[in-house]
Write a protein that binds this ligand. Structure first.
Ligand code: UDP
Ligand code: MG
Length: 317
């Protein structure tokens, strides 16, 4: 069995760090080749995500210096980390036996790749890199990230805690991934749904080797909202539940209004107005929620996700 590995690196305005990253990654590839973990024709594929700086020139230089080791693709526009990553993974799908995705800034310890590849040899088809500590992230990033994971969980999105997009996927896992055709891409939610044998490798997250984070708070927020809305229709169900709760409260309010009316502690028009406001309010919310249920169904249909994944077949005659 061959073990050709592709390392896929999405790059957006990373000229400051890309050379360091490339030589680091090639060092690790060499080491794994020496230890006979991977084949000699393993390589690094850099995806230029419409950078505004000299990132693509760096990739071209690297490719010229060693065409077999360094490969690249250049996206016409900035499509965001997730799309750039997917473009890279789909590019290597027929040219590797497994691919590891890693950020360009080396915040995710590249040495963990060695463990990932070992887990792959042991039979895992998806190996998640999980941060064992976030000491080097700022307090703010850490807290917001954890709040984001818990919120997603509560909204019914199944993700791996403290796992970013540093992971190994076998070719089979990549092929299954390619069957998810949705445009609103949230890989961290999709990959767990593929459901092959998985493993986890822990590593310490470092600081950026150079350059600045491309994920300011505003992008993180829209990323987290994307993560929820492209996976779950639960927020819409919440509307219905709120409406229903209000309907129950309406009953209590009705008793209160009735008692107030009977004991004469009201002014003219108050009782009917109170009842109408509560009753109609809850009906409207429930109505929106019901419409939401149908929109939720439409949403899942248009995604046209694969309905099942066959893990193994024992069907020979
Ligand atoms: N990235 C990308 N397109 C974008 C933004 C980021 O390809 O629009 C890449 C970036 O080059 C890096 C990775 O995504 O390799 C993660 O970005 P970054 O390190 O800035 O995020 P952070 O680690 O701060 O969350
Ligand atoms: Mg980073």
């Amino acid at each position: 069995m061959s073990h050709r590995l592709a390392i896929v690196v999405p790059c957006y305005n990373e000229e400051a760090v890309l050379r360091i990253t490339a030589s680091e990654l090639s060092g690790i590839l060499n080491r794994m080749v020496d230890e006979q973990l991977i084949d000699r024709d393993s390589y690094v594929l850099m995806v230029n995500d419409g950078s505004k700086d000299g990132t693509w020139q760096v990739i071209e230089d690297l490719h010229r210096s060693n065409p077999l080791l360094y490969k690249g693709i250049d996206l016409a526009h900035n499509r965001g980390h997730q799309n750039a990553l997917l473009a890279g993974l789909m590019e290597v799908i027929n040219h590797c036996d497994a691919a590891i995705s890693i950020d360009a800034d080396l915040q995710d310890d590249p040495l963990a790749m060695i463990e990932m590849v070992k887990r792959w040899h042991e039979g895992a088809e998806i190996v998640y890199g999980v941060r064992s500590s976030r000491e080097t992230d700022t307090w703010f990033k850490r807290t917001t990230a954890h709040a984001f994971y818990s919120f997603q969980r509560s909204m019914g999105v199944d993700t791996v805690y403290d796992h970013a997009d540093y992971r190994l996927m076998s070719q089979r896992a990549l092929i299954l991934l390619s069957e998810y055709r949705e445009v609103n891409l949230f890989l961290r939610g999709i990959v767990p749904q593929i459901g092959l044998t998985t493993a986890i490798v822990e590593y310490k997250r470092g600081v950026r080797a150079a350059g600045e984070s491309k994920y300011p708070l505003s992008k993180m927020l829209s990323f987290s909202i994307d993560g929820i809305t492209s996976f779950s229709a639960r927020p819409m169900r919440l509307i219905f539940l709120t409406g229903f709760t209000f309907l129950l409260i309406t009953l209590l309010v009705a008793v209160y209004v009735f008692v107030a009316y009977l004991t004469g502690r009201t002014i003219a028009g108050w009782s009917s107005l109170m009842l109408s406001v509560w009753f109609l309010g809850s009906l409207i919310l429930m109505g929106i929620g019901i419409v939401g249920e149908y929109i939720g169904k439409i949403f899942l249909e248009v995604k046209a996700r694969p309905r099942y994944t066959i893990r193994q077949r024992l069907t020979e005659d």
